[in-house]
Structures are given as structure tokens and as C-alpha cells.
Design a binder for this molecule. Structure first.
Ligand SMILES: [Zn+2]
Ligand SMILES: [Zn+2]
Length: 345
């Protein structure tokens, strides 16, 4: 089959590799849509991933497809089923899993390699995080289950109450998904980003007001919008340490600040101890998703929210390099890589 391999920084090659064969408990899907995400862009740009991916490596982690082969002992699925597979599954037995803190599982099984014609799904994911795609939902839409599951997990941990005023910093796919999910909780959402087209999508997802951070002083605007207090909840969705600090500066006394965007390794931020203590701030990191939110995300994708606006383009595998260039230039939000589209060259 054809698969994308990352050899180093911005060094991507399409190669013929052996077709995957499912072992016991595994399934193989034919990838019909693999959506790109900010993490993939980082992996491509940095030439790997400190924890997960050493080059040369297959990569990509958001995919929907059709089952083409079943390993021994797999029940409940058949060849031809349309499915979406999360990129991980918890072990269900470790210290954290026993406490139902599945995103902290010490033995998470990860799966990478969606930018290819076929993808093998490990047994743990088949068991806990493989879902049928509802009829009528496109594969590209279903492929966004994983990032949306992370976002729903993030919202659930943010102490959001109805009527809250929430500031979201970041207008990437994750920031925009946060807007859509927060609006469902009857909150008033203020979105800050750097790209007017994306801010428009934020408005369509229900943001009360949007701002280009290049034209305003973000914490001052948030205070203006909240009678001088600051936001009840702040969501940081950029993964830039300076923006983490800005997020804390946007918070009212008693607020929860969700520092959601993962920053580069070994970076630090400074927090004013007086503000943290006397303003009783809750600063939270929230990572990844759990099986519960994977299911909730797929259901939310079938709602009235026009999530398809997050997919700017559809392209064959042969255009993957170009797609990453366009992502780097922020010309596209997410792109659905569809290996079955004839590779125009
Ligand atoms: Zn992703
Ligand atoms: Zn575990």
C-alpha cells in the first residue's frame, strides 16, 4: 500500500509499504478520510514527536474508514463496516484506570499512521474506542471524533456553569470546537484569534463576540466585557507559554483557567502567587480524552453545529506535503486526506 513516512524536519515521502495484516483482536481499515491536525503540523515541522514518533515514521492520527480485515477473535464487527477509531485506548487496569482517570492511563495504547491507504487498529482500541459511523455522516466529519473528544473532556473539566462568560484564546480547530461545545452549556463565549476567516467560523459556531488579538489588548478587552472582573472561565488553546500567562491575566477572582494547548518541551510560565492565592484561581491542565467523550463527540458531530466548516479542503495522499505547507501558512484549518481520490500529479 501507499503510506506517508516522515524522515525528518519537513521531509515527507510517499512510499510503498507492506499491507497491514491484523493479529488477534485487531482490525484493518481502508482509510477513507484522515483529517490533519495541529499536532501533525508540529510533528511534520519538528521531524518527529518527543514521546511517540521517531523518524522514519508513519504518522497521522485522525481517521475514518471501512473495515477490510478482522483478526482472530474479533466479534461485533464485519468487513465493510464504516468506523471511526480513536488514536488511543486506556488499559483499564492501571492505577489511574482503576480510578476512572483514563486520560492519565500509564499504558495508553497509541495508534499513528492514518496518512496511508490502510491502517491497523490495535486490539485495545478495537475493544474500547472503535465506533460505527452513523448513517448519513460523512467520513471526513467522523474523522474529527478524536479532537472533539479531547475538547468535550476539556469542557467537562472547566467548571463551566450556565450563564458563565468564557474567554477562548486560539482560533485553531480546537479553539473553534471549544466555542461550539461551550455554547451548548448556555455560556457567553468571547473568542480571540489571529485569523479573520477562522473568527467568522467561531461566530457561526455561536461565539458572542470575536476579536483579532493583533488589534486589541486581550485581558483589557475581557475585563471590559465582564464589568471589570475578568472571565468566569478561560480556555487556552494555542500551546504558547506567553498565551498561558495571558489566559491567567484574563481570569476573574474564583475563575477556572484551562491550559489546554500543549506547549513545547521544557518551557515554563510565571504565575503571580498573590493572584493565584487571593483570587482563588483554579489553573488546570487537561490532556487527551476518554472512551466516554469519544462516544459523546461522535454524537455531537451529528448535531446541527456546522462542523464541516472546519474541513477546508479534501486532497489525495500525494498532496500531503503541499497540505502541510498550507497549514503552516494558516491557509487551511483542517484538510481531509482521502486516499481514494485519484492522486493528481
Ligand atoms: Zn488531532
Ligand atoms: Zn490504564
Amino acid at each position: 500500500m501507499l503510506a506517508a513516512l516522515l524522515y525528518g524536519q519537513e521531509d515527507l515521502r510517499l512510499e510503498r509499504v507492506p499491507d497491514p495484516i491484523p493479529a488477534a483482536g485487531e482490525v484493518v481499515i481502508q482509510v477513507t478520510a484522515a483529517t490533519t491536525c495541529g499536532t501533525d503540523l508540529k510533528v511534520w515541522h519538528r521531524g518527529g514527536h518527543a514521546k511517540m514518533l521517531k523518524p522514519p515514521t508513519r504518522f497521522g492520527h485522525e481517521a475514518a474508514g471501512r473495515i477490510v480485515a478482522l483478526g482472530e477473535g474479533v466479534t461485533g464487527w464485519k468487513v465493510g463496516d464504516r468506523v471511526v477509531a480513536n488514536n488511543s485506548a486506556p488499559c483499564m487496569t492501571c492505577f489511574f484506570c482503576q480510578r476512572r482517570e483514563y486520560s492519565l492511563c500509564a499504558n495508553l495504547t497509541f495508534n499513528n499512521g492514518t496518512f496511508a491507504e490502510y491502517l491497523k487498529i490495535p486490539a485495545a482500541i478495537v475493544q474500547y474506542n472503535l465506533l460505527p459511523i452513523p448513517e448519513g455522516m460523512s467520513d471526513a466529519l467522523a474523522a474529527m471524533t478524536e479532537p472533539l473528544a479531547c475538547v468535550l473532556h476539556g469542557v467537562a473539566r472547566s467548571n463551566v456553569k450556565s450563564g458563565d462568560r468564557v474567554a477562548v484564546l486560539g482560533d485553531g480547530a480546537i479553539g473553534l470546537m471549544f466555542v461550539a461545545a461551550l455554547v451548548q452549556q448556555s455560556t457567553e463565549v468571547f473568542l480571540f484569534g489571529g485569523n479573520d476567516q477562522r473568527l467568522t467560523v467561531g461566530e457561526k459556531f455561536g461565539a458572542a463576540q470575536t476579536f483579532n488579538y493583533r488589534q486589541v489588548e486581550v485581558p483589557a478587552v475581557v475585563r471590559d466585557l465582564t464589568n471589570g472582573w475578568g472571565a468566569d472561565v478561560v480556555i487556552e488553546a494555542t500551546g504558547v507559554p506567553a498565551v498561558w500567562e495571558m489566559a491567567i491575566a484574563c481570569a476573574r477572582p474564583g475563575a477556572t483557567v484551562n491550559l489546554f494547548g500543549g506547549c513545547p518541551r521544557d518551557t515554563t510560565i510565571t504565575v503571580n502567587t498573590e493572584q493565584l492565592h487571593y483570587s482563588e484561581l483554579t489553573l488546570k491542565g487537561v490532556f487527551h480524552n476518554t472512551p466516554e467523550y469519544v462516544r459523546a463527540a461522535l454524537a455531537f458531530l451529528s448535531s446541527q453545529v456546522p462542523f464541516e466548516l472546519l474541513v477546508s479542503d479534501r486532497q489525495p495522499l500525494q498532496q500531503l506535503e503541499k497540505v502541510f505547507q498550507n497549514m503552516k501558512d494558516r491557509k487551511v484549518i483542517k484538510v481531509a486526506i482521502e486516499p481514494s481520490i485519484a492522486g493528481a500529479e
